[in-house]
Design a protein around this ligand. Sequence first.
Ligand code: GDG
Length: 731
Amino acid sequence: MPKTIIVSNRLPVRIQEINGEYTLSPSEGGLATGLGSIYKQNDNIWIGWPGLEITDESVQKKITRQLKDQSLWPVFLSQEEISEYYEGFSNEVLWPVFHYYASTYANYKESNWDFYQQVNEKFKQAVLSVAKPGDTIWVHDYQLMLLPSLIRKEHPDLSIGFFLHIPFPSYEMFRLVPWRAELMHGLLGADLVGFHTFDDVRHFINASTRILPVTSSANIITDGERSIVVESFPMGIDDKKYAALTRDPEVKKDVKLIHDTFKNTKLIVTIDRLDYSKGILQRLHVFEYILEHYPEYREKIALYMVVVPSRDTVPQYAHLRDQIDKNVGTINSVYRTIDWVPIHYYYRSLPIEMLSALYSTADVCLVTPMRDGMNLVSKEYVASRVNNDGVLILSEMAGASKELIDALIVNPNNTVEVAQTLIQAINMPIEEQRKRMVQMRQMVSKFNVSHWVKIFMDKLNEVKQLQRSMLTRHVGSATEQSIISRYAKTQKRIIFLDYDGTLVDFKPVIDQAVPDEDLYSIINHLTEDPANHVVLISGRKHDILGEWFADYDIDLIAEHGAWFKKQHSGWHKLPGLSAQWKHDILPVMETYVDRTPGTFIEEKSYSLVWHYRKAQKGLGELRAGELMNTLKYIANDKGLQLLPGDKVVEVKNMEINKGKAALTMVDGDKYDFIMALGDDYTDEDIFKALPESAITIKIGSNLSAAKFYLRTPFEARRLLKSLAENTFVKY
Ligand code: GDG
């Protein structure tokens, strides 16, 4: 039975060594809870580092056995690997860059990168040792960005999902990483790449198309033949667990203790891992600002600050810890009184019961990271407010702010704004608290962690099925044989061929894409058979097509169907067309040429085309969108059609359409073999217009209304050659 393999840097267990014996206890992290429903089922497995260095092989074996009983599979790492791959590359390169701290904290060390690759390889080996065809792999987070491609290389058909728990930065940040192309390539080995927010999705798609030769359309990245779907899946928490905790006797005891201690003070709670991205120092500054500028709040408020030890072997984290100690000490020494301490600071991990007691008693939860992928603390606070009171202040830089819109949203860099918001929170009337909290609780409950797991896995299955159904459409040797045998049995055939991108590759300068000897010989071979009627149907200008193909036994349709030319006779155009509209459209297009270096206008009899193939990457697409928007209304009024093509925007008369043009050729005549090859948007009209029995083939991409696809003009020519070899009608 196919299984699911979860892969993350850490396994969801804590291992403790007591007198040579190892005990395993489950970790309480959100990921462990959320995925618990999956990895404990069937033969599913979770692969990861167990969290401590174990060098002795016999101990490794013993622990492996213990873990196996819990569906866990260890990847043992040496101290050197941990410090170079995890502390070095993951936490001193990726973490700062992805949290917009590149200039302050990123340290691009070659040896860190070497170890990052080496450890990703090690994880690959672990995956390969358990993966079977048909399995689904779900890779988590920034420590394993190379893994999807490493696995894909060995098992091209596996279903691979990747989820990034931290933000994906804008291209301008990501490009700073010396190994950005390798990292991006690593991720694109996945079928589905998930992020917490839509902003991350946008940044990722943008970075991918700038760094690698891939294209994107909406949320799909096309890398050669593969389509990778990119989507946001905001992670949730186990809300019921937090609500249930509030009824736990242990928690109730802690709640009473907190109430007694903070009888006459409003309690503000903050909980974070030790990290510069969490804005802990900035938050202390806000608190100090209030005590200084609003003395009436002294002795009326208290900050309960829990900082969970994390990564303090990394120098920047040790330094941050010292800074926090110092600032808390200064504030407390300046403002404390005999029976009031402004800041209650704990540098340790608290038992979950105490955490729950704090969540359920705090009047305000202050969550002000400078950047955060999601931030689960904010959701845990909401889930713990079973009486629907309490106020959440949330940084707009946390992914959670996109969902918890009823929180008081602040910019964490704005000390005065955060201070005033804190005062607003302390004084918020209970009705308003309830109104906001009810909305937020509904949100946290509906989009909980099981929902997150479900929608990610459902989407991954859907993507895989979509890819499979597309793969079956590639003209492989079996399909080619069946097309040839149909061809050989038929007696009256019509073959529509688009030109650019179908028979010849695109060239930076359009007039360079001239037909070559090989192409002429293919046409000659095809047309030698009197049963074949070959039609070249292109968006090119009619005079150019005439120049190239007038001497051949083929019909020509130029400018998307504005002009027709039967073999060896003259051109005639579609009746009733007017080009008056050009006077209005041309000046608008010219302003885009003036503003966008590398672009130009091509004028055809009944269309105007703005080309941006040589424009700055990204700018061309942006301006194309703008141009389409600008022309939208005027085009409608004038009966024109706007066509976004391959690095072009074309405006033409509505009546002109390759599909209609192709149909006029087919109608009336009884063809028993109809085939069409095309590569772009305008060819879709042909694919849709032709009868169901037609063989329609898209060149270059598998997203199309066509029945089949081929990868390149080279493959298209090869198919035509094979057909031409069967060129004489078999009676
Ligand atoms: C990364 C991303 C994203 C905290 N103190 C104690 C304790 N905790 C638990 C909290 C919460 C978790 O730790 C922290 O989760 P966050 O989401 O706030 O932050 P990161 O650790 O940075 O997580 C983040 C997340 O991945 C998930 O995708 O949201 O943006 O940076 O669950 O409850 N737990 C206990 N005692 C403590 O003292 N027991």
